[in-house]
Design a protein around this ligand. Structure first.
Ligand code: NCD
Length: 313
């Protein structure tokens, strides 16, 4: 598939993408990754276009990453947070959407605590909408940057064993990664306390473990997740200390994985809860590289969606 064949105006989730679309996003991101190593990190592709960053949930890396991606493509960016926005004054989503629409942006990047908000906005707005994380639903650009990081180290995704450990129930990162990795032929294991693994998850084609050790055994990629305390409605574990003892990744446990396993974490990390500093800062950790790849992936998404908009106009 070539860029000219891309027809979507929005990027809402990995679930609805074909293997060809995922591959195109990844190969386009590969070519943008090269821009980051140039002395002048800017290309004129989106000159004259505007991007609204609508982040109605906390974020550091994702928001900055989208902002940087848009700027490297020469677009203008406006940031819009929940604090100080009319949403905190009780404005409905429909009114926020109508307000944004009347300013005619080319893209809206949206992060929201409720699943489905990006899709609702996409239906209401003519501009392109990118989901930057909606509730526990999806976070497509995170899964793409994880895949790019894995591919750059392992040369492939097909046939790899990937273990994702932690709060599976509340993780949109896990959901997007499961769709992407299983579609590209990886074997996916999820592990977490029973209270943090949803029952139906096996239907997505993953292996489920309620202890970390069997999930790590021989894994090529180990992805640790943050406890989503802000989404947990009850106490799902006796204490952070106990969680860390049973599910945390330390150097000893990492020995169970393949000798050349890489370690990922979407961030923000809770050091010494889900991962020790020794592992997070160690030579198997690709955590900072993931962040770098985030910019390339978001440039690729903006570039492909912009092409589809132009073809439509
Ligand atoms: C993740 C998110 O917000 O879903 N972070 C991110 O985007 N890098 C994971 C998390 O918050 O734990």
């Amino acid at each position: 598939m070539t860029a000219a064949a891309w027809t979507r105006k929005d990027l809402l989730g990995i679930a609805e993408l074909s293997v060809d679309e995922i591959e195109l996003l990844l190969s386009t991101a590969e070519s943008f990754a090269e821009v980051a190593s140039r002395p002048v990190k800017k290309v004129p592709t989106l000159r004259g276009k505007s991007v609204v960053n609508l982040f109605l949930e906390p974020s550091t890396r994702t928001r900055v990453s989208f902002e940087m991606a848009a700027q490297r493509l020469s677009a203008d960016v406006v940031n819009f947070g929940s604090e100080g926005s009319s949403q905190s004054k009780g404005e409905t989503l429909a009114d926020t959407a109508a307000t944004i629409a009347s300013m005619s942006p080319d893209f809206v990047i949206v992060r929201h605590a409720h699943a489905g908000v990006p899709a609702q906005l996409a239906r209401r707005l003519r501009c392109g909408v990118i989901n930057a994380g909606d509730g526990a639903h999806e976070h497509p650009t995170q899964a793409l940057l994880d895949a790019l990081t894995i591919r750059r180290h392992k040369g492939r995704i097909d046939g790899l064993t990937v273990a994702m450990v932690g709060d599976i129930t509340h993780s949109r990162v896990v959901r997007s990664n499961i769709h992407l990795l299983t579609r590209l032929g990886a074997r996916v294991r999820v592990a977490g306390p029973r209270t943090m693994v949803p029952r139906g998850i096996t239907e997505l084609g993953v292996e489920v473990h309620h202890a970390v050790e069997p999930a790590l055994e021989g894994a090529d990629v180990v992805m640790m997740l943050r406890l989503q305390l802000e989404r947990q409605r009850s106490v799902l574990f006796p204490s952070l200390g106990e969680y860390s003892r049973l599910f945390g990744l330390d150097a000893g446990r990492l020995e169970l994985a393949s000798p050349d396993a890489i370690v990922l974490h979407p961030g923000p990390m809770n050091r010494n809860v889900e991962i020790t500093s020794e592992v997070a800062d160690g030579n198997r950790s690709m955590i900072l590289e993931q962040v770098g790849h985030g910019v390339a992936v978001r440039m690729a998404a903006l570039y492909l969606l912009a092409g589809a908009r132009e073809a439509r106009a």
